[in-house]
Design a protein around this ligand. Sequence first.
Ligand code: NAP
Length: 312
Amino acid sequence: MKATKTPIAIVGLGKIALDQHVPSITASPAFRLAAVVSRNAGLEDLPFYHSLKDLLANEPDISAVALCVPPQVRFELARMALEAGRHVLLEKPPGASLSEVEALRQIASRQNRVLFATWHSRFAKGVAPAKDWLANRVIHKVTITWREDVRRWHPGQQWIWQPGGLGVFDPGINALSILTEILPDPVHVTKADLEFPENCDTPIAARLSMQGPGELQVQADFDFRQTGPQSWDIKVETADGQLLLKGGGAELTINGESQTKGDALESEYDGIYAHFAGLLKAGKSDVDTAPLCHAADAFLLGRRITTDAFHD
Ligand code: NAP
């Protein structure tokens, strides 16, 4: 007998919803895209609502929602959906603050609903094999280089520059999500330099130092001003040689030998929806705030440097 697909709605029809969520839900054996909530756009042949409140009132059979809106407006929507008895998938970062994510975790538990705080980069092809290889190794040093052109990847996204939008930590937190997945032991931020454009509330560049057990040192360089080739790389130096993750976690090389190849984002969202289906089946939430903790610590410890104004 064929299993029934879970009806799910997308909330916020922006870049990531259109590029990744719509195709992955359409291809998913576990979900059926049943409606969209958008302030101004719809999708052909699908029910369309201007607000989540309207969707919840009119679609009692849609049991899950995927929130693809900016972090600053996610909490109220997630709370509303959970309190209406729906399961919730959160785009990354799971919230604009740690305490709001904790509040959502408690609401989900009280409502007996599944809350999934996604970290898409953890589903990149090279991440699981990198984690396996590092599991029992002595790690000396990790170097993260996450430099991209904000005008190319985030054109017109004003929310990134507003409080809660994270600035360069919007992509940088993807590196932190991989780091916290592949390292066998925890690390913590010891120092951060944050460069804020004089007309923005979030940083355009950040350099972080972190420390782990033994000699382990982590250096991270996040920059939104990279033109030309883009870098989403993590280099790990161990007692048994070097592991290199490139392309946002898609390409893995160990001691010069290629293990996986691919593009950033490729198949990550198929993995996200497969994992969400497993969580629904098990009735379990998955809310790991470790990457957001590191970003928050960088803001707590960071030295603020004012730099040139940014104009999109
Ligand atoms: P985006 O293109 O700006 O889309 C966000 C959508 O959210 C908007 O199009 C809008 O859709 C809706 N929205 C509701 N309230 C809003 C508000 N106050 N301000 C702006 N938009 C509002 O952003 P995105 O790149 O898709 O990113 C959304 C989330 O996904 C972010 O947390 C980001 O970190 C994450 N993400 C993005 C990427 C990427 O490559 N872009 C990759 C992975 C994860 P309607 O007009 O339909 O209401």
